[in-house]
Design a protein around this ligand. Structure first.
Ligand code: C2E
Ligand code: MG
Ligand code: MG
Length: 400
C-alpha cells in the first residue's frame, strides 16, 4: 500500500507565517505521520513540498482505511507555531499492491490520481484509487492513445444482449454492446471508455467497428436460420454526422440485411442538442428504412415536444424506472405514464433492466412490448447466445 498525504493550505501558512515557520510545521507534520503508523513496517518520506509518502508494502484496503483514519485523527489538534495556532487538515490518496499495479511507479501514479481526486473535494478527504476511467481522471489522453492501439490489436469486441417479445416469450432481437478486452484492466464495458473515445476523436472509428462487426454477426446468425432484429447504439455525435446514413445504407446492402431489421438507438440527450441537424440525419435514416429508438427514456433529458418531431419507432424505458416495480406505486405510475406517451406516439415500448419474473410480469401487464435485462440474458459473446436465441420459448416464464 502506498499513501500520498498532502497538507491542506500549506502555501498560505508559508505566506502568512514565513518560510521558517513553514519548515517547522513540515517537521512536526512528518513526526505526526510517523507516530500514526507502525514504525516497524512503514516507511515515511517527504516526497515534495507539502506531500508525504507512506509505504506499507503488505497492507490491504481495510488496513489502508484504518491507517488513513489514524492519520486524519493525528492532524485534528492544531499546530502550535511560535504563538500562533494553525489548523492543518490533510488529503490522502491510496494506491494498493498488487491490485493497482505490480511496480512502484504504477502504484505511485494510481495514488497520485486518487490524491488529486481527494484534493478536489471540499473537505479533508481520503480516496482509494478506482480504475474506472472517469472523465476527471488525468489519464484520459493515455486512454485515447491506448484505444487507438486497441483497435489495431483486436482488443475490441461486441457483446450482444437478447431482447424478448413479452407476448410470445421468444427472443426477437439483440442489442450490440461494445467491450474492450484490456490487457491489464480486464474486460471494460462501453460505459467505462466510450466518452473518452468520443472526446478524443475516436467515436467515428468505434462506430464503424461496431456497425461492421454486428452486421457480419447478423449474417452468421441468418445463416443458422435466426431472423433477428439488430439494435446498435449511436452517440449524440454520431447523429450529427452527415456521413452516417450512407454508411448504414452501404453496410446493410453489403450484408444483405433488410433495413427494418436494424434499430438505431439514440439517447434522449440527442434530442436536446442541435435538433435541426439531428432531425435531418434521422429523416435520411428513416428513408433508408432503418428504425429509430429512443434509449434511456425517462432519465430526465427529453423534451416531449422534440420527441414528437422525430421519426421514432421505439422507446426504451430506462432500467432505473423498473428498479422499484412492482411495489412502489409512484414508480408504477411513472412507468404507466411513459408507456402511454410512447404508444400515443405510435412507438413500441421496450422495458430495460428486467431482472426478475415479477418485473417481467409487471412490464407485460402494463403493456410493454419487449423486455431486455439479466432475466432474459446478460450481454455475452455471440457464440454464447446461439442456444438461447434458438430456444422455442424462453425461460419458463409462466405469465399467468
Ligand atoms: P444502454 O444502451 O442503455 O445499454 C444497456 C446497459 O444496461 C448495458 O450496459 C447492459 O449491460 C446493462 N444492462 C442490461 N440489462 C441489465 C439488467 O437487467 N440489469 C442491470 N443492472 N444492467 C443491465 P453497458 O454494456 O455497460 O452499456 C452502457 C451504455 O454504453 C449503453 O447503455 C449505451 O448507451 C452505451 N454503449 C454501449 N455500446 C455502445 C456502442 O457501441 N456505441 C455507443 N455510442 N454507445 C454504446
Ligand atoms: Mg442501448
Ligand atoms: Mg438504455
Amino acid at each position: 500500500m502506498l499513501l500520498l498525504v498532502d497538507l491542506d493550505g500549506f502555501s498560505e501558512i508559508n505566506t502568512f507565517l514565513g518560510v521558517a515557520n513553514g519548515d517547522r510545521l513540515l517537521t512536526e507534520a512528518g513526526q505526526r505521520i510517523r507516530r500514526a503508523v507502525d514504525p516497524d513496517r512503514a516507511l515515511v518520506a517527504r516526497l515534495g513540498e507539502d506531500e508525504f509518502g507512506v509505504l506499507l508494502g503488505d497492507a490491504d484496503e481495510v488496513e489502508a482505511e484504518l491507517v488513513c483514519e489514524e492519520l486524519r485523527r493525528s492532524f485534528v489538534p492544531p499546530f502550535l507555531i511560535g504563538s500562533t495556532r494553525a489548523a492543518v487538515s490533510i488529503d490522502i490518496g491510496v494506491g494498493l499492491f498488487p491490485e493497482h499495479g505490480s511496480d512502484l511507479e504504477t502504484v505511485l501514479g494510481c495514488a497520485s490520481t486518487a490524491l488529486s481526486r481527494a484534493k478536489g473535494e471540499d473537505q479533508s478527504s481520503i480516496q482509494v484509487y478506482r480504475s474506472t476511467l472517469s472523465a476527471t481522471d488525468t489519464s484520459r489522453v493515455e486512454v485515447v492513445a491506448e484505444l487507438r492501439d486497441a483497435i489495431d490489436a483486436d482488443q475490441l469486441l461486441v457483446f450482444y444482449q437478447p431482447q424478448a417479445d413479452l407476448l410470445t416469450q421468444r427472443v426477437r432481437g439483440v442489442e450490440a454492446l461494445l467491450r474492450w478486452e484490456h490487457p491489464e484492466r480486464g474486460l471494460l464495458t462501453a460505459g467505462e471508455f466510450i466518452s473518452h473515445a468520443e472526446r478524443g476523436g475516436l467515436g467515428q472509428e468505434l462506430r464503424r467497428f461496431v456497425v461492421q462487426t454486428a452486421a457480419r454477426q447478423w449474417l452468421s446468425w441468418q445463416a443458422l436460420g435466426l431472423d433477428l432484429e439488430l439494435a446498435i447504439n449511436l452517440s449524440p455525435v454520431d447523429v450529427l454526422d452527415p456521413s452516417l446514413p450512407d454508411e448504414i445504407a452501404e453496410t446493410i446492402s453489403r450484408y444483405d440485411i433488410p433495413s427494418w431489421n436494424v434499430v438505431l438507438e439514440i439517447t434522449e440527450r440527442t434530442l436536446i442538442g442541435d435538433e435541426r441537424r439531428a432531425r435531418a440525419v434521422a429523416e435520411r435514416l428513416r428513408r433508408i428504412g432503418v428504425r429509430l429508438s429512443i434509449d434511456d427514456f425517462g432519465t430526465g433529458y427529453s423534451s416531449l415536444a422534440s420527441l414528437r418531431r422525430f421519426p421514432i419507432h421505439q422507446v426504451k424505458l430506462d432500467q432505473s424506472l423498473f428498479a422499484d416495480v412492482p411495489g412502489d406505486e409512484g414508480a408504477e405510475a411513472i412507468v404507466g405514464g411513459c408507456i402511454e406517451i410512447a404508444h400515443g406516439l405510435g412507438a413500441r415500448v421496450v422495458a430495460e433492466g428486467i431482472e426478475t419474473r415479477q418485473q417481467w410480469r409487471f412490464a407485460y401487464a402494463m403493456g410493454c412490448d419487449i423486455a431486455q435485462g439479466y432475466l432474459i440474458g446478460r450481454p455475452a459473446p455471440p457464440e454464447d447466445l446461439v442456444a438461447l436465441l434458438d430456444a422455442p420459448r424462453l425461460i419458463p416464464l409462466s405469465v399467468a
